[in-house]
Structure formats: structure tokens, C-alpha cells
Design a binder for this molecule. Structure first.
Ligand code: GDP
Ligand code: ZN
Length: 337
């Protein structure tokens, strides 16, 4: 039968389904597959579960295909993917409207979110502590590129009506954002009175002792499921090349109009990106952040993938050759650009 993973403790998964809730183990077949590189079940996963009554543990037979996943790559003998969260529908990217307000950080979270397959919504929290929330929302527009932006205050409840429209019953939601932006406070407000009951699993262990476990996926009063896993709290941008390009479609489109196919947008002749910065239609800080995120991607790729390192060397060689040719061409042209 189908069940959903709502918490994980090492090689035990808490599953919920029509039968109720219970801990499950991985079947022999699943273990074998995982040892050969398949994913272990993660919080949010739908799994095929075989129940064995009260006497023996339920077994997870397989992980059903995922709609979305937040992954982390772990370097080892082989590069392995670790799924931090599965089947997230909506990611609320939280940023605070205080001194920490940073469109650049939102870009980072957007990249991560697009990469996962979840739909992003930008949430600007602490509206009560800011006189210019509306201006900030407008400031976010060229960063959001069509993604919804809403200003809220977890302290006063302002804006939560609008926020709730993004939290449809049955959808799985996750809060992303740096520490201190108000994720816990938002969670508590969304939970209302129900805080403890919905967040904890209480049961008796085999010796009859009382135990509690934190649920990592729980139902909000509005019917949406909120995912709050330790892994996601520390989630870092990782392997999100696709996501970076989806976040910066405006720059990607400009870059297609650069004269050179491998333009670095650093003052090369015929660079459409630099021209947009000069005209004031593209924010210099946004361009720099894009370049930074791409460099980071490249760095991470080389760290986990020695082959990419060799590729990179080859690329540098090609680039040096191209630059040399460009200078030679310029000299021929009599030093004109
Ligand atoms: P987290 O680290 O993202 O979970 O952030 P917290 O929820 O722990 O909040 C960090 C701090 O910001 C706490 O002192 C909260 O009381 C405060 N805070 C959270 N939301 C708001 C808000 O809407 N307005 C104001 N003024 N403070 C808030
Ligand atoms: Zn360019």
C-alpha cells in the first residue's frame, strides 16, 4: 500500500497512510538497490509499504517516482546524491524586511528551488519592522521575474491572508531562508494552537516507556503539509546549474545576443550584458551575483568530479587562445574596439 514518509531516524522511516502511522524498515531489495546507488527513502517520499501485522515491522518495498526533490551531493568514492526532501510543491523563500534584506540571497534560494522542481513564492517577513514594505516588494520584482512576492509579519499576522492562498490543502510546503528571518515564527503562526500535537509523535517503546519524536512533515490547520527537516534548515546551494539559469533568464537572454558565444560579459566588445548594465536596465549587483553563483557551481562541480577538473583545464586553454586571437585581431584593426 502507498504511504508517505513523515520522519526519518537513521535506517528507520516513520510512515503514514490509510492504516495510520508506524515505523518501517527498508526491504532487502531496497537495501541492495541503495547500496548500488539508488536513493534511500527521504522525508516527503511516497513509498510502497508492506505491512506485517503487529509482530514484525512494516517494510518499504520501493520509493515511488518523485515530483520534486531537494538534493545534496556527497563526495566519496563515487559521487552520491542525498535527497533531503521529496515531493515539495511550494517553497516559501523567506527574507526579512530588516537590515538583512537581500535580493541577492533570494536569487540564491530561487536557483535552489527551480533546481528542485518545487514552485517558489517569495515571502518578505517582518513587515511590521519596515516603513517601506511596498517599495521592497517592488524592488523584488526584477529579481522575482514572475514569481509571487508577498509581504507578511509573523509577529502581527499581517499578510497571512495572502500567504494562505499559496498553501492549498494537500500541498507540501517548505520554508527556506537564512537563520533569523522568522521561519519558526511563521511556522508557529501557521500552526496556531495546534503546535505540539501536530509536531510530535508520542508512543510507548517496546519497554513501555513514553517516547516522543519530532514529525518532519505535518498537517497545518489549512490542510497543507509543512515540511521541517533538519537537513533543509542547513540546505546549501549545491549542483543547481539549471536552477541558476532559470533564476536569471533575463541575463541568459541578453547573453544570447553577445557577439561572442563564449562571452564572459566583462567588457568584451559587443557584449549585450555589459550594455544593459550601462543603460541601467540590468542591475550590476544582480550580474555580479549571477557570476558568483556560476563560479560556485563550477567550484562544487570540480570538487566532486575530477573529470570536470580536466574539462576546466581544457576550457581555460580554449579561452586563452580566444583572448589571444581577439588581441591579435584588434592589432590588425589598428587598436580599435
Ligand atoms: P528562524 O531562524 O528563521 O526560524 O527565525 P525565528 O522565527 O527564530 O525569528 C528570529 C527573530 O525574529 C526572533 O526574535 C523573532 O521574534 C523575530 N521575528 C520573527 N518574525 C517577525 C516579524 O514578523 N516581525 C518582527 N518584528 N520580528 C519577527
Ligand atoms: Zn557578454
Amino acid at each position: 500500500m502507498a504511504a508517505r514518509v513523515i520522519a526519518q531516524q537513521r535506517k528507520f522511516w516513520r510512515t503514514a497512510g490509510e492504516f495510520g502511522e508506524g515505523w518501517a524498515e527498508a526491504s532487502g531489495k531496497l537495501r541492495l538497490a541503495a547500496e548500488e546507488g539508488a536513493d534511500w527513502p527521504a522525508v516527503g517520499d511516497w513509498v510502497a509499504l508492506e505491512l506485517h501485522g503487529a509482530s514484525s515491522p512494516a517494510m518499504i518495498q520501493e520509493v515511488l517516482p518523485r515530483r520534486s526533490k531537494f538534493v545534496r551531493k556527497v563526495a566519496g568514492k563515487k559521487i552520491a546524491e542525498q535527497v533531503m526532501a521529496a515531493n515539495v510543491d511550494v517553497a516559501l523563500l523567506v527574507c526579512a524586511l530588516d537590515a538583512d534584506f537581500s535580493p541577492r540571497r533570494v536569487e540564491r534560494y530561487l536557483a535552489q528551488c527551480w533546481e528542485s522542481g518545487a514552485k517558489p513564492v517569495i515571502v518578505l517577513n517582518k513587515a511590521d519592522a519596515c516603513d517601506c514594505a511596498r517599495e521592497r516588494v517592488d524592488e523584488m520584482k526584477p529579481v522575482a521575474l514572475g514569481v509571487e512576492v508577498c509581504a507578511v509579519s509573523a509577529k502581527t499576522g499581517e499578510g497571512f491572508g495572502e500567504l494562505n492562498e499559496f498553501l492549498k490543502s494537500g500541498q507540501t510546503v517548505v520554508l527556506l531562508g537564512s537563520s533569523g528571518v522568522g521561519k519558526s515564527t511563521i511556522t508557529n503562526r501557521l500552526l496556531g494552537e495546534a503546535v505540539q500535537e501536530v509536531r510530535e509523535v508520542r508512543e510507548n517503546d517496546s519497554k513501555g516507556r513514553h517516547t516522543t519524536t519530532a514529525r518532519e512533515l505535518f498537517r497545518l490547520p489549512c490542510g497543507a503539509l509543512l515540511m521541517d527537516t533538519p537537513g533543509m534548515r542547513e540546505f546549501q546551494l549545491w549542483d543547481a546549474e539549471e536552477g541558476v539559469s532559470q533564476t536569471f533568464t533575463d541575463i541568459d537572454e541578453l547573453a544570447e545576443r553577445c557577439r561572442f558565444g563564449d562571452c564572459h560579459h566583462e567588457g568584451e566588445p559587443g557584449c549585450a550584458v555589459s550594455a544593459a548594465v550601462d543603460e541601467g536596465t540590468l542591475d550590476q549587483a544582480r550580474l555580479e551575483n549571477w557570476q558568483k553563483l556560476l563560479r560556485e557551481q563550477e567550484f562544487l562541480r570540480r570538487k566532486v568530479d575530477p573529470e570536470a577538473r580536466a574539462d576546466q583545464k581544457e576550457q581555460w586553454k580554449r579561452m586563452h587562445r580566444a583572448v589571444r586571437n581577439m588581441y591579435q585581431q584588434r592589432e590588425k584593426d589598428g587598436g580599435k574596439r
